[in-house]
Design a binder for this molecule. Sequence first.
Ligand code: URA
Length: 205
Amino acid sequence: MINKKQVLLEQIKADILNKNICPDLAREATNLVMGDGNIDADIVLIGEAPGKNEDEQGLPFVGASGKFLDTMLEGAGIKRSDVYITNIVKYRPPNNRDPLPEEKAAFWPYLVRQLDVIQPKIVVTLGRHSMEYFLPDRKISEIHGQPKRIPFGQSKIVVVPLYHPAAALYNGGMRTTLIEDFNKLLKIIEIINKETFAVRRKENT
Ligand code: URA
């Protein structure tokens, strides 16, 4: 059976290719890395941009930081196959340099469309590059691990900003903090579910 969400996500990919978004990155890249995982996920994780392994395989977070991410998800009781993972920039920047502001801006509308299709309960930003679009002018060191409900299109969305696994991989303190923050995610969803239930009950009385 054709899945409507799958069709819409394929359309987003086709639009990026047809509109030739970030042609300089596209020319150097092996793959457009759209995302991977469960399209009905409660959690969407958003990284920065594909690295070498991701570019080669066409999948997000499959290199060293991906392995660390897998370990943290597992430790938090979350299956990787239950979440959806993507990046703000969907082509690998040369030599893994930081994505440029214009590259992030060019891909942002497509990320918004992906979230509109998937409709997750929470969006987990990994690192400042994806955080700054949802929570501009905030410092990750001050708000990491804290759920923030923000306006998003016609409705609202809960964003949980976390450190980037690559930054935390070899930094003991940040690593512990990131693991602790991952361990909060299921609790945050539980609270959102309770709130939604309470609002629905109120609406029905
Ligand atoms: N780092 C990211 O931000 N994204 C990936 O897909 C891989 C590494």
